[in-house]
Structures are given as structure tokens and as C-alpha cells.
Design a protein around this ligand. Structure first.
Ligand code: FUC
Length: 344
């Protein structure tokens, strides 16, 4: 395992970790942003499988949240308010009247402490940050630690650990846009996806969960067996249409299956499998990507990448029947998502 560190303008730092099987990743102390994740194709050619900006300044205030750690609450908080223990909390509205991805003071725009470590079998980066009481409107002083680890078994693992001194709400994720073609040379239209879920969450026109949990059976949302995205993204299903032509929906995982998601691209032969202890995932197919942003591969286009935001559900703040995001004072928030890379 090889660890390198470089200092960038703005006092930013970037750490790169590389194994001997051709997998490597780079992470910034700004937002804990994953600025590259390289994995070999079927011929052993290692290329970037996440979208990255050509200019690092574009990560500042990035409307796409490319590669960033998201919190305190990943996803949308309806009306930017919620009740907890009988108190009402108002959080930052940054998308109309609603709050997206922790509001304007989200974890994606904080400078994190970064340290590295190396074991016999793995190496990693530990990112830590303190989020003070009422930052973004959320209660409690919260200490957060996120670890990005790479091992010799082609696994990249993100683990999240947090503690609050007051009861609060918290659900963290990483907002990388995957594209297994390598350096995003093709869009994700010919990627195949499989998600171990028979239920998805219906959205209203502001992309806020209506509170209805729907069966995927007989709909374009059924991804229980490997499915090419192209047919689904151009579906005239009203839920696909209101999300801007694609998915932007929470899937709730079935119990008892370790592998929750499989993503593969035939031409490159790359396969990525996701295992997690989170109850669901927001599957977002980059419907909002546009040429205004310059990626390393060139101007961004719709469907250049897809996000698999494993997390719990902010819809639980307003509706029964959703996995909770409450974190009690002194209790430990601990969760992980493991990405395994194979070739076929
Ligand atoms: C995802 C989506 C949103 C938004 C954002 C950049 O999490 O749920 O709709 O576009 O990312």
C-alpha cells in the first residue's frame, strides 16, 4: 500500500492511497471529497470510476455535491423544519422552502482534519470534524469521523462514526457519481444496475417524499434483477419524469441479503458490488448534470454518472414507517458502506 500527500492552493490537502492491484483513491480535506477512485477494467487498465472536476475551485459551492461527504442530514428536509422531543427545529432552506444535504453549512463544505494509517492488509484516511450546536440549525455538538479505507481485496470501505452531546438527527452519506466506463468516456445509459429492494419512496414535484412507500413490481423501478438503465431513464413513468428524466428516489433494502447493489458496465468489464448496513439508498442518475460544469472528461452531460447514496431516511421526520435518523445524546452513530471491484 502506498500513501502520498500533497498540499494544494487554499491550504487544501489531498491524500492518495494505492494498492498493488491497480486500485487507488484520492481524497481532499475540503468536504472529504473523493477526487478519484481508480479501478482496473477487464484488461487490467486502471481508470477513474467517479466523476471529478477539472478545476478544484469548482468543488466550492458545488451544486452537484460531487464526491463529498453529505450531512448532517443527507437528502431533503421538508419545509426545512422538524420536531424532536417536542421542540421544533428550523434548518437552513437552500432549495426553495426545503433543505437539501444539510443546508448551506453542510459537511460537504467543511475543512476536515485528515490523518492516514497503514495496516498489513489495508491503508486509509481518517477524516474528523466537529459540527457545533445549531450548525445548519441542527441541535447538539456532534463529533464526526469518516474513514476511507482501501485493502488488498479490491475493497474500498467508507465508515462513519459520530456522537452528539444532545439528542439530534443525523444521516451521512458520500455523494460520488460512479461511471464504470473509465474516465466517463461513456454515459451510464448502458450500465446495468441491480438493487435488493422491492420498495421505493414516491416523490412530489419538489422531490420531497409524499410518505407513500410503493411496490416496484411491474414498474420501471423494479431493479431486482440486473437491468440496463437506458430503457428506464427514458420511461414516461410520471415519477421518472418529475425527477428530470431518471431516478432520484430512495429504495428501502430487503433484509437478509448482504450484497445490496451491483453495478456493471459490459464494455469495460468493471463490476462494483455494494454492501452496507444502511436501510436504504438514494439512487440518483445525474439528471441535473449539465455542460455548465467542466469535468476532467470534458463538459458534464446528463447521465454522466450515478450516485448510490446509502443512508437512512429524512422522510422519517415527517412520516411514519420510515427508518429513523434520530441519534440520542451519547449514543454512537456507526455505519459502513463497502464497494468491491471485480472484472468480468
Ligand atoms: C442528489 C439528489 C438531488 C440533487 C443532488 C445534487 O442527492 O437527490 O436531487 O440533485 O443530489
Amino acid at each position: 500500500m502506498k500513501i502520498t500527500e500533497q498540499t494544494l492552493p487554499n491550504d487544501w490537502k489531498e491524500v492518495t492511497i494505492e494498492n498493488e492491484q491497480g486500485i487507488s483513491f484520492s481524497v481532499l480535506n475540503y468536504g472529504g471529497i473523493l477526487t478519484s477512485l481508480n479501478a482496473p477494467d477487464r484488461n487490467g487498465n486502471s481508470e477513474n470510476v467517479v466523476l471529478t472536476y477539472e478545476n478544484y475551485d469548482d468543488y466550492i459551492g458545488d451544486p452537484n455535491y460531487l464526491g463529498a461527504i453529505i450531512g448532517r442530514v443527507a437528502g431533503r428536509v421538508h419545509n426545512s423544519s422538524f420536531q424532536l422531543n417536542g421542540n421544533e427545529y428550523i434548518v437552513h432552506a437552500n432549495e426553495g422552502k426545503n433543505s437539501l444535504h444539510g443546508g448551506n453549512e453542510g459537511l460537504n463544505s467543511k475543512i476536515w482534519e485528515m490523518t492516514t494509517y497503514k495496516n498489513a492488509d489495508s491503508a486509509g484516511v481518517i477524516l474528523t470534524v466537529e459540527s457545533p450546536h445549531l450548525e445548519g440549525g441542527y441541535p447538539g455538538n456532534v463529533s464526526i469521523q469518516v474513514t476511507y479505507e482501501l485493502n488488498h481485496h479490491n475493497q474500498f470501505v467508507i465508515s462513519y462514526h459520530a456522537k452528539s452531546d444532545e439528542d439530534t438527527v443525523l444521516t451521512l452519506t458520500n455523494h460520488s457519481y460512479f461511471n464504470l466506463s473509465g474516465n466517463a468516456k461513456r454515459t451510464v445509459l448502458d450500465h446495468e444496475v441491480q438493487i435488493a429492494s422491492d420498495q421505493y419512496v414516491e416523490l412530489d414535484t419538489d422531490l420531497i417524499p409524499t410518505g407513500n412507500i410503493k411496490s416496484v413490481e411491474g414498474t420501471p423501478f423494479d431493479l431486482q434483477s440486473k437491468t440496463a438503465l437506458r430503457s428506464r431513464l427514458f420511461s414516461d413513468d410520471p415519477q421518472i419524469q418529475l425527477a428530470g428524466g431518471g431516478f432520484d428516489h430512495t429504495y428501502l433494502f430487503k433484509d437478509g441479503q448482504q450484497e445490496k447493489i451491483v453495478l456493471q458496465e459490459e464494455e469495460s468489464g468493471r463490476v462494483m458490488t455494494i454492501e452496507t448496513d444502511q436501510p436504504g439508498v438514494v439512487f440518483y442518475t445525474g439528471n441535473g448534470l449539465s455542460g455548465e460544469q467542466l469535468l476532467t472528461k470534458g463538459p458534464a452531460q446528463k447521465h454522466d454518472g450515478l450516485c448510490l447514496e446509502t443512508q437512512s431516511s429524512p422522510a422519517s421526520l415527517h412520516h411514519p414507517g420510515f427508518p429513523s435518523i434520530e441519534l440520542k445524546a451519547g449514543e454512537t452513530y456507526q455505519t459502513y458502506t463497502k464497494f468491491t471491484f471485480d472484472r468480468k
